[in-house]
Design a protein around this ligand. Structure first.
Ligand SMILES: [Ca+2]
Ligand SMILES: [Ca+2]
Length: 219
């Protein structure tokens, strides 16, 4: 592309935070360091050297100019958040453990029922219901999306595998717009949970049955 060629040699120092763009000047194309006023909302995420993800490179420079900071581009694509040693195996079982925990929370305050079905005995529809209930509770501003702010509520101390939470939520945000919709949430939580359990049961227990003890509950 012509803009890349023309900008290749121009290192932008002033204005602080600016980036090189090819502009028309008296009919000729010239590379120029500019501070963007507006940016397209096209998703081409980049990661800055201070570890912040922007929707595209333009937004990085827009903010850098506003804050008068020389914030460079670290790499294209969103920043990888350190997972605090959440292993692949742990991440694999996280959705199931999280659903288990939600089930526990949903029963808090109910009278003790020793024969209440465990998660493995829930139907697919019940798992979805459980995920959706928790979604509604977490989505405090009720915009139908979970943002990082909404998710802060989740970080209770007793949450299992808490160090996997960040990686998990990133994995749920399939379109990477940093918001998890109810659809993304439910798919991620329920499908992954069932996939993991199915796998776990077939490998460890030699059985594909999700619920081996109580099969004909009135679920
Ligand atoms: Ca929300
Ligand atoms: Ca999303």
């Amino acid at each position: 592309m012509i803009s890349e060629k023309l900008c290749e040699l121009l290192k932008c120092r002033t204005p602080v935070g600016s980036w090189c763009q090819v502009v028309k000047d008296k009919g000729a194309l010239v590379p120029k360091c500019i501070c963007p006023k507006t940016c397209s909302r096209q998703r081409a995420p980049v990661c800055s050297v201070v570890g912040k993800t922007y929707m595209n490179e333009c937004f990085l420079h827009k903010e850098a100019c506003r804050k008068r900071r020389r914030t460079g581009l670290a790499h294209t694509g969103p920043c990888m958040i350190p997972s605090d040693n959440c292993t692949q195996e742990e991440l694999g079982q996280f959705p199931y453990r999280l659903l288990d925990w939600f089930l526990l929370l949903s029963r808090m305050g109910e009278s003790y029922a020793p024969d209440a079905p465990t998660q493995s005995c829930l139907s697919h529809a019940q798992r979805i219901q459980l995920a959706q209930q928790r979604f509604a509770l977490l989505d405090r501003n009720r915009d139908g999306k979970l943002s990082r702010r909404d998710l802060r509520k989740l970080h209770y101390k007793r949450m299992p595998l808490e160090h996997c939470a960040t990686s998990f939520f990133q994995s749920c945000d399939t379109d990477r717009n940093r918001k998890v919709t109810q659809r993304e949430w439910t798919t991620c939580l329920v499908d992954n949970s069932e996939a993991w359990f199915y796998h776990f049961m077939s490998i460890r227990m030699g059985s594909h049955k999700m619920c081996s003890t109580r099969t004909d509950d009135d679920l």
